[in-house]
Write a protein that binds this ligand. Structure first.
Ligand code: AMP
Length: 287
């Protein structure tokens, strides 16, 4: 696997590949890699000739300095894991390389900024859009791979790609989970075993919500999820929302709704903020 820190060296390499008509797949990450990340790399390997993974802990998408400072950094292990799945290129720029000047550019994503992650992490998606735009310009991939784990981020990036006409195809990859159901996340490294067990109840809460979807109102489901997690203990719920799975418009009334429904949750376990979601496809359309 080749490693690049400098943009120009990476671009020279990729330019040669593109000239030879090679398809480039791109997986942007913030490192502290796990099986979830590797599933994206594997898919990119299947669908492209060259797979590029970036590891960059992007400071502009953190609205909490402590969260940024505590974000796990395990570059050596990351490189080994990427090597083990046959990743071709690792791009590991310095902060000064990605942000030579302080940027003032602002993105606006309409309602996506006012709900769930947008509402609770002010400025987060601006930082995501900024860094992903830079990375897309640098790598110029044919396909870029993102996880359903960050569902709202995917909606943001889809808007970015459509509105700015990035000539690439976005691929949404399924959530990879631990055996107990906990969605894999770099942040799980900050939890001990017992805390990870507690955190797995976020997924169980989503499953409970799914089982109630046909016969209960959104308000009833929200109340049940809240009470369920309160009963487990050790989980501080930030939000649980029912939304249309692509636009993430909040659904307040399910009666008459037809389509894919996303159940989205965010909560703190021992001070670590975790998110998860579950998509129920074709709700109301099967009978
Ligand atoms: P991150 O390093 O957290 O920024 O994540 C990099 C990419 O991996 C994003 O597109 C995430 O959505 C994706 N990802 C993170 N966790 C998982 C998971 N458990 N399963 C699948 N994809 C994931």
């Amino acid at each position: 696997m080749l490693q690049f820190q400098e943009i120009s060296a990476l671009q020279n390499f990729l330019w040669q590949k593109r000239k030879a008509d090679k398809k480039i797949g791109f997986v942007p990450t913030m490192g502290a890699l796990h099986e979830g990340h590797l599933s994206l790399i594997r898919l990119s390997k299947q669908e492209n000739d060259v797979t590029v993974c970036s590891v960059f802990v992007n400071p502009t998408q953190f609205n909490n300095a402590e969260d940024l400072a505590k974000y796990p950094r395990t570059l050596e292990k990351d490189a080994q894991m990427l090597e083990s799945v046959g990743c071709d290129v690792l791009f590991i720029p310095e902060v000064a390389t990605m942000y030579p000047e302080k940027t003032t550019l602002q993105f606006h994503f309409g309602h996506l900024e006012n709900v769930m992650e947008g509402k609770f992490r002010k400025g987060h998606f601006n930082g995501v859009a900024l860094v992903v735009s830079k990375l897309f310009h640098i790598v110029q991939p044919h396909k870029a791979y993102f996880g359903q784990k960050d569902l709202q981020q995917f909606a943001i990036i889809r808007t970015l790609v459509q509105d700015l006409m990035f000539p690439l195809e976005l691929v949404r990859c399924p959530i990879v989970r631990e055996a107990n159901g906990l969605a894999m996340s770099s942040r799980n490294q900050r939890l001990n075993r017992q805390e990870q067990e507690i955190a797995s109840y976020l997924y169980k809460a989503l499953q409970k919500a799914e089982s109630m979807l046909e016969s209960h109102s959104v308000k009833q489901i929200q109340k049940a999820v809240k009470e369920y997690l309160l009963h487990i203990g050790g989980i501080e719920l930030e939000y649980f929302e029912v939304a249309e799975a692509n636009t993430l418009q909040i659904i307040e009334d399910l009666s008459g709704f037809r389509g894919d429904v996303a159940l989205c949750i965010a909560a703190y376990v021992s001070g670590v903020r975790l998110i998860d979601n579950l998509i129920v496809e074709k709700f109301g359309m099967l009978n």
